[in-house]
Design a binder for this molecule. Structure first.
Ligand code: GDP
Ligand code: MG
Length: 443
């Protein structure tokens, strides 16, 4: 996501590089470029205007500050103002003092409500040992109920449904009673959407709201829809007074407009972002990390957190040492592959690393789970020496390995190439390059 915006913002600020002093004309030109970059990324017009005004005002005084050069200061200001535009801090889920906490989803058809219900339930289950109940209140499409049932089975969470013949408000009422009976600590209500906001939909949602007094009304919006996502958010917020937003499909080719506009336009926080179709692909929204990501500094903090969740810290330390001593071998590679499989697709992970977002090499990295068995077979056909010293793998050794494991030589070569890419990536991580700003300014 955001490739275009990232590139343009970086370009806007590169012009300032190496300047000891920023003239009024330089600054004006940079601001013009930033404004165009944001508008092109489909950021709301008012948001752009306010943003540029703040950055400009703060940048005027930039040359008098010590420590950073003017260009670095402006990058820092842009980063901070982007963060502010998206809300400063992560906002946690509202919780009820007595169970159940009620979370109601709202949003247009296809925004990702049903998927998000599943993702959020799984997150709560994992992080709090929660026992959620999902309520199927989208009765207009029979497939919607099946879909929620499928999601429920997948994450092993119960679903309350009464088919499509009962009124949704009635279903929710009965579902709430069921949750009370079963002492569920969370109730997640999947509601219907329409292609466009209409009164009937809003009335139904209002009735469900009135009945359940939800702790959260999460509006699910598709980040791919840019400016429309913002208008949708305004419409739903006016009718329902939502408590937060979930921005989905950030894994796709979005331009950034929704992420950057929704908070300021609705004054409601983005609480989560959906970054894939898998049930695991829901993350807490951190404005500062998103700002760094938009600026192309890489979402290294998110990556570290993700790694820590799924990966033993001691192991990570050992790995860092191996990287430093250059003793990272195929045995470690195998371990890593298994860890990364647990985290999600490799290409998604790689995109979070500074400098990787726009890396064309990324297109070649594609780790299909079923390939893992083949990779294992290849590695098992290596000698112990080769596994620990991959530089030994000359063409004749590669041919021998290929024969030994019964995989084509191209596949062996590809695997070794992937290994080297991974080693590269690990190197970048273990060098802990947190100073993305310096990297970006090239000094
Ligand atoms: P609903 O109509 O609002 O309930 O939307 P669904 O939950 O049925 O989602 C619509 C489509 O979007 C489905 O194909 C989902 O798999 C997909 N989807 C939902 N969230 C994400 C996301 O974060 N990333 C991607 N790539 N797809 C998503
Ligand atoms: Mg749905």
């Amino acid at each position: 996501a955001f490739e275009g915006l990232t590139e343009r913002l970086q370009k806007a600020m590169r012009n300032l590089r190496g300047k000891g002093k920023v003239s009024e004309a330089d600054l004006r030109e940079t601001m013009r470029e930033i404004r165009l970059a944001l508008l092109e990324a489909d950021v709301n017009f008012t948001v752009v205007r306010n943003f540029v005004k703040r950055v400009q005002e703060r940048s005027r005084g930039a040359e008098v500050l010590e420590g950073l050069n003017p260009a670095q200061q402006i990058v820092k200001i842009v980063n901070e103002e982007l963060t502010k535009t998206m809300g400063e801090e992560a906002v946690p889920l509202n919780k009820s003092e007595k169970i159940p906490t009620v979370i109601m989803m709202a949003g247009l058809q296809g925004a990702g409500k049903t998927t998000t219900v599943g993702k959020l339930a799984l997150k709560l289950k994992k992080e709090e040992n929660a026992r959620p109940l999902l309520i199927a209140a989208d009765v207009y499409r029979p497939a919607a109920i099946d879909q929620l049932e499928t999601v429920g089975k997948q994450i092993d969470v119960p679903v309350f449904q009464q088919g499509t013949d009962v009124n949704p408000v009635e279903i929710v009422r009965n579902g709430m009673a069921k949750a009370k009976e079963d002492h569920n600590d969370y109730v997640l209500i999947d509601t219907a959407g329409r292609l466009q906001i209409d009164e009937a939909l809003m009335d139904e949602l209002k009735n469900i709201k009135e009945l359940t007094h939800p702790d959260e009304i999460l509006l699910v919006v598709d980040a791919m829809t840019g400016q429309n996502a913002v208008n949708t958010a305004e419409g739903f917020n006016d009718a329902l007074d939502i408590t937060g937003v979930v921005l989905t499909k950030l894994d796709g080719d979005t331009r950034g407009g929704a992420a950057l506009s929704i908070r300021e336009v609705t004054q409601k926080p983005i609480k989560f972002v959906g970054q894939g179709e898998k049930m695991e692909a829901l993350d807490v929204f951190h404005p500062d990390r998103m700002a760094s990501r938009i600026l192309g500094m890489g979402d290294i903090l998110s990556l570290i957190e993700k790694t820590q969740n799924d990966y033993d810290e001691k192991q990570a330390k050992e790995l860092a040492e191996k990287m430093q001593n250059n003793t990272f071998g195929f045995e470690d590679f195998l371990d890593q592959l298994e860890q990364i499989q647990k985290m999600g697709p490799l290409d998604e992970i790689m995109k979070m690393i500074p400098g990787m977002a726009n890396n064309p090499a990324l297109k070649n990295v594609n780790m299909d789970p079923k390939d893992l068995e083949h990779i294992k077979a290849i590695i098992y056909s290596m000698t112990y020496e080769e596994r620990n010293n991959p530089d030994l793998l000359n063409p004749s050794r590669r041919r021998r390995i290929s024969r030994g494991c019964g995989r084509p030589i191209q596949e062996v070569n590809r695997m070794i190439k992937q290994f080297n890419q991974m080693k590269d990536m690990m190197n970048k991580m273990s060098n802990g390059n947190m100073s993305g700003m310096e990297q970006m300014m090239g000094n």
